[in-house]
Design a protein around this ligand. Structure first.
Ligand SMILES: [Zn+2]
Length: 309
C-alpha cells in the first residue's frame, strides 16, 4: 500500500426514484463513477469501479438500498477503471456491453494496474461481458425502459451511454467527464464530437459522466469547446512539422488548465494528429497507448499522472 493520499470510497446520490449515481470524487484517473438502477426484482449497475475495495464499496452501497441483489451489470466501455470490479458481481450477475468491449478487455488485460503499481488493486479477475450488442439495446426494469446506445468511437471504440427517459438521466461513460479533461487517445476526436451531438439529442436534465461531478447538458458544450481547441492545435502542429508533445508544450493547457488531469492534452493531440495525417484510417484505430502515456509523464516533468484510486 502506498502512503500517498487516496480518495475516500464512493457514495450514492439519488437522482430520481430508483436512479442513483455512485460518485467517487474528485474523479480523475481511475476514480470512476457508477450507476445503480433499482427495479422490482433487483439492481442494474452501470460500471463497477477500478479496484476490489472500491467495487465492494459499490456493492455494499447498492445492496444497502434494500432493493435486492445486483442482477445486471452494464459496462460503458472496456477500460479497467470501469470493468475491473465486474468480478465482484458476475457470476451470478449478467454483464452487458458493446460487442467490442470483450475483445478490447482481453487484448488489454490488466495493463492499467501496471501504470499505477502503487494502487491497492486487490484480487481481480478479468470478467468480460456475457451479453453483447452492436447498436442499441433496451432493458426493462419493471415497466421502466433503460436504453443502451453505442456512441463510439469517442472516448474508446466501444462507448455505450445509458439513457433513462422517464427520469431524464443520462449516464455517459467517459464521453463526458465534468470537471475533468476529456480524453480520446483510445477513441476519436471527431467521433467524440459526433457522439456529443447524439448525447445532446436525448434532452437529458441530469448527466452522470464517467468521472467527475454530476452535471447538466452544459458539459457537452464544454467538452466540445475543448475538443475544437485540440483540432485547432493539431492543425497548427501538423502544419509546423512539430510533434504532439512539442505542440502541447508550445500551446499549453490554455483555458482548460483548471480541469483535472491536464496532461491528457498530449494524448488527445496524438489522436488528433493521426486523424489529420491519416484520414484514410478508420476512426478509433489502434495507437501506441503506452508510448503516449510515457509522453504524458514527460509533459508532467517526469511525474506519473495523479491517480487517487
Ligand atoms: Zn474511465
Amino acid at each position: 500500500m502506498s502512503t500517498e493520499v487516496r480518495a475516500p470510497l464512493g457514495r450514492l446520490r439519488e437522482l430520481a426514484d430508483g436512479v442513483h449515481a455512485f460518485l467517487q470524487p474528485p474523479g480523475g484517473w481511475c476514480l470512476s463513477n457508477a450507476g445503480v438502477i433499482a427495479g422490482p426484482d433487483g439492481l442494474v449497475l452501470i460500471d463497477t469501479a477500478a479496484t476490489r475495495s472500491r467495487a465492494e464499496a459499490l456493492r455494499a452501497a447498492a445492496e444497502g438500498l434494500g432493493r435486492g441483489p445486483v442482477r445486471t451489470v452494464v459496462n460503458t466501455h472496456s477500460h479497467g477503471d470501469h470493468v475491473f470490479g465486474n468480478c465482484v458481481f458476475a457470476p451470478p450477475a449478467a454483464v452487458i456491453a458493446h460487442e467490442l468491449t470483450g475483445p478490447e478487455m482481453e487484448a488489454t488485460g490488466m495493463a492499467l494496474t501496471g501504470l499505477w503499481p502503487d494502487v491497492d488493486w486487490g484480487e481481480l479477475t478479468l470478467t468480460p461481458p456475457t451479453i453483447t450488442f452492436g447498436r442499441s439495446l433496451t432493458l426493462m426494469t419493471g415497466d421502466r425502459p433503460v436504453e443502451l446506445h453505442h456512441v463510439g468511437p469517442a472516448h474508446s471504440t466501444n462507448d455505450v451511454v445509458v439513457w433513462i427517459p422517464d427520469a431524464g438521466v443520462l449516464f455517459t461513460g467517459d464521453v463526458a467527464l465534468p470537471g475533468c479533461t476529456p480524453f480520446c487517445l483510445m477513441g476519436s476526436v471527431r467521433g467524440c464530437l459526433a457522439a456529443l451531438d447524439r448525447l445532446r439529442a436525448f434532452g437529458a436534465r441530469t448527466v452522470v459522466g464517467g468521472h467527475g461531478q454530476i452535471s447538466g447538458p452544459e458539459v457537452f458544450d464544454e467538452t466540445e469547446r475543448y475538443l475544437r481547441r485540440i483540432l485547432d492545435l493539431a492543425g497548427e502542429g501538423v502544419a509546423a512539422g512539430i510533434t504532439p508533445l512539442e505542440t502541447a508544450r508550445q500551446y499549453g493547457t490554455g483555458d482548460f488548465a483548471g480541469l483535472i488531469d491536464p496532461e491528457r492534452l498530449v494524448g488527445n493531440l496524438h489522436r488528433a494528429f493521426l486523424e489529420i495525417r491519416r484520414p484514410d484510417l478508420a476512426l478509433g484505430t489502434e495507437i501506441d497507448v503506452p508510448g503516449v502515456f510515457g509522453e504524458m509523464v514527460q509533459f508532467n516533468d517526469g511525474r506519473l499522472p495523479t491517480c487517487l484510486a
